[in-house]
Design a protein around this ligand. Structure first.
Ligand code: MG
Length: 159
């Protein structure tokens, strides 16, 4: 059996807005996240973890921020591209673990909706998708409320 893991890390800064996109779910907030696409830091991180497990570069190589066609793009496009490569290479995505780091908005109340969204996008069972959150104890840029950071691990298996 060929088992591979990949990690992802991403950060987006806060800017003007009334909601943030996190793992495909719109969460009302007094600010938005800035980015070339919809700035969904959760989906970007998971996408990068999958590319990492495949050793196939990163999201910026597959979807260059300099390319105007990705301006405002919904980030599920990136995730489903990575998931397609997994199938193409004969692997199965068996697990995702994602940790969002911020003081606000509170992620906990939305974690279940995020897991369901990921289940829908990745077509894997809910017990293979983990979304959790932590603060950085008010330290650093996440602690000062300047942005949201995210870490993720993806596991792929080929029988
Ligand atoms: Mg990003």
């Amino acid at each position: 059996m060929d088992v591979r893991t990949g990690n992802g890390f991403d950060v987006h800064r806060f800017g003007p807005g009334d909601h943030v996109m996190l793992c495909g779910v719109a969460i009302p907030h007094d600010r938005g996240l800035q980015g070339h696409s919809d700035a969904d830091v959760g989906l970007h991180t998971i996408t990068d973890a999958i590319y990492g497990a495949l050793a196939m570069g990163d999201i910026g190589q597959h979807f260059p921020p300099s390319d105007p066609q990705w301006k405002g793009a919904e980030s599920h496009i990136f995730l489903t591209h990575a998931a397609g490569l997994v199938r193409e290479r004969g692997f199965t995505l068996t697990h995702i673990d994602c940790t969002l780091i911020c003081e606000h908005p509170k992620v906990g109340p939305h974690a279940r909706a995020m897991r369901h969204k990921l289940q829908e996008l990745l077509d894997i069972s809910l017990d293979r998708i983990s979304v959790k959150a932590t603060t950085s104890e008010r330290l650093g840029f996440t602690g000062r409320g300047e942005g949201i950071a995210c870490l993720a691990t993806a596991t792929l298996v080929k029988p």
